[in-house]
Design a protein around this ligand. Sequence first.
Ligand code: DOR
Ligand code: ZN
Length: 349
Amino acid sequence: MSDQIEIIRPDDWHLHLRDGAMLKAVAPISAALFGRAIIMPNLVAPVRTLENLRAYRGRIEAALPEGSTFKPLMTLYLTETTDPTDVTEGAASGELTALKLYPAGATTNSDVDVKDMTRVHTVLEAMQEAGVPLLVHGEVNDPDVDIFDREVVFIERVLAPLHRYFPALRIVMEHITTEEGVAFVSESDENIAATITPQHLLINRSDIFRGGIRPHFYCLPIAKRENHRLALRKVATSGSPKFFLGTDSAPHPLGSKECACGCAGIFNAPVTLPYLAQVFEEEGALDKLEAFTSLNGSTFYRLPVNEDRIVLRRTPPNETIFQPIDAGAEGRVVVFRTEKPLNWSVAKA
Ligand code: DOR
Ligand code: ZN
């Protein structure tokens, strides 16, 4: 059993960095560990235009430590008014990596959501043409659909028809949580891929209610039954190039999580890599960790792999990595942890 593993520096293909004091607190954490990250555009005022994107990238760069080589890969929030020329221009200049589709009604600014997919056909055509991937939050937001079924219904109602209509559009099904999601992606052609979060490899829906309600295990898509967690573990550790790491690290101030109506989102950036080493070891697949964290995503996004490496080491459980982080005026952010001791850490990043 190896006590140490050296891998090409990982990338995070799905990350929420927020803005303001929160951005300043969390950006250095991801930047110390990951080479690049796909930056989600769901700010309070979403990143909707190339102009918004450039300004946000500037704020991210300003929040990085001196000398950091971390590269934010920027995205736009797809709306019914997205300008196709932003896609063409952003793709040509390399400033735009992808667009994100959230289910209608997902945000408070619901005027920005896509209610009718036909209204974004010209944008999708421009994306297909320019090879710009569409990242989907794969859940319907229909109150009549049970929260645990929303991913499966999304595949039937939205994703499968979209892929049939735009077969050359490259689509990432973000943070998949079900056997059906695994099957859809596995059986589709090379234009469909998926990200997987660490929490969906570690917790199932019962864990959210184990001994009481646990707000820090609440994220969307919500964790599903154990059979789904096992399917995700199997495919993540399989080496299949269609599946790669997207942490979905999504910081919320402690007070917005521990309250009567807590926000969805799990902050996992500091512990993702140790937890993944643990999961891959448990599955007897430490040799596949590098593909999941550092190779498969680059291949899908047609980007070179990172040039430097990091070292993960088996260590006695280390409590310090679970300390809440201080986000200044925003308050503190609780770091994801499970009950099981975590016996890996990042030795060199
Ligand atoms: O749990 C989640 N948190 N799911 C999302 O889709 C959004 C994210 C956030 O921004 O907090
Ligand atoms: Zn997310």
